[in-house]
Design a protein around this ligand. Structure first.
Ligand code: ZN
Length: 326
């Protein structure tokens, strides 16, 4: 069905890999791990529900509800930048053109890929077209999921992408979006990868939120698995993408207070997959982040909050900055 596609295939069950992943995190993001330790000690700020750690059911992966007409008013932005003051006072205003400002990331190119497209619901035939992802053929794009109240993943991803773009431009990066709600649908996953490749991006992050079963909570970062088939050869980017993903995961924990997924990733917040065209076809360091589960009411309360989305963007931004500055 059109609502189930590349981004919603349940990740394959993984062998327990906690030790190497924790080691990787410890090696790469000690500051972030400190944040995680603080999180474990004091709990998630503002999250009275806490983070369940015992649930381990497999994700349903079946986000089947379309948005109910216009999106829910409850999900309207409650402020573009509710946590103003996160940028240095000396930072110049970001531009809308993607032009770089002076800053530590001057000369760096970051491509942000807002998952799906608000128009995909109206172009299901077009987005169901099969494209070559190297290992096999899959749908061009998918509609994405939504909260039970109708706030769509596509609106969420664009909002976080805009916040993230502003933060990265304040650091001097040149930022490009794969789509900005400015095209009827898509782009297809192969074009999304190509945009990062042709931009010679130093880092690419694809923004998503999951559509899993209620009770499944938390974020996870998806890393490319080593594949070499057809047009796909991720072997050169597996290492740097893991570094990028671990830094994003650690900073996401620290800034948002959200716990890593309780349903995939074995508690690490990191999952490796080889079934996503956007990763398989990338030749530059790239990860996906599923910021939370739109089908869980507690996660949905976070995802529909503009203040929380600003924190999410901040966490992702700081992970990227950490990666690009080495
Ligand atoms: Zn998605």
């Amino acid at each position: 069905m059109s609502y189930v596609g590349p981004d919603f295939d349940p990740p394959q069950p993984r062998r327990p890999r906690r030790s190497p992943l924790v080691v990787a995190l410890a090696a790469l993001v000690p500051g972030a791990l400190l944040g995680w330790a603080v999180y474990e000690a004091v709990g998630a700020p503002g999250d009275s529900g806490g983070a369940a750690v015992s649930a381990s059911g497999s994700p349903s992966g079946s986000a089947s509800a379309a948005p109910s007409g216009s999106a829910s008013a409850s999900a309207r932005d409650d402020g573009k930048k509710p946590t103003a003051g996160t940028a240095p006072a000396t930072s110049p205003s970001p531009t809308r053109s993607g032009a770089a400002a002076p800053g530590p990331l001057k000369g760096k190119v970051v491509v942000i890929d807002p998952g799906h497209n608000p128009g995909n619901f109206q172009h299901t035939a077009a987005i169901n077209r099969q494209v070559d992802i190297g290992t096999n053929r899959k749908e061009c794009d998918t509609t994405g999921t939504s909260t039970n109240s109708g706030y769509t993943e596509a609106r969420f991803t664009l909002d976080v992408a805009h916040r993230l773009r502003d933060l990265l431009q304040q650091q001097g990066a040149t930022v490009r979006l794969t789509q900005d709600g400015d095209r009827p649908y898509g782009p297809c996953v192969d074009e999304r990868a190509r945009i990062g490749n042709t931009a010679h991006a130093d880092a690419v992050v694809s923004i998503h939120a999951d559509g899993s079963a209620a009770g499944n909570r938390g974020f996870h970062v998806i890393l490319p698995e080593a594949v070499h088939a057809g047009a796909a050869d991720t072997r050169p980017i597996v290492g740097p993408s893991r570094d990028l993903g671990a830094r994003i995961a650690g900073n996401f924990v620290r800034v948002t207070g959200s716990a890593p997924s309780n349903y995939v990733g074995d508690g690490t917040g990191l999952v490796t997959r080889k079934d996503l065209g956007g990763l398989n076809l990338s030749t530059v360091p790239k990860v996906f982040i599923e910021c939370g589960n739109m089908r869980d009411s507690k996660d949905a309360a976070l995802l529909t909050s503009g203040a929380w989305r600003q924190k999410a963007a901040q966490g992702i931004s700081e992970g990227i900055v950490s990666f690009l500055r080495g």
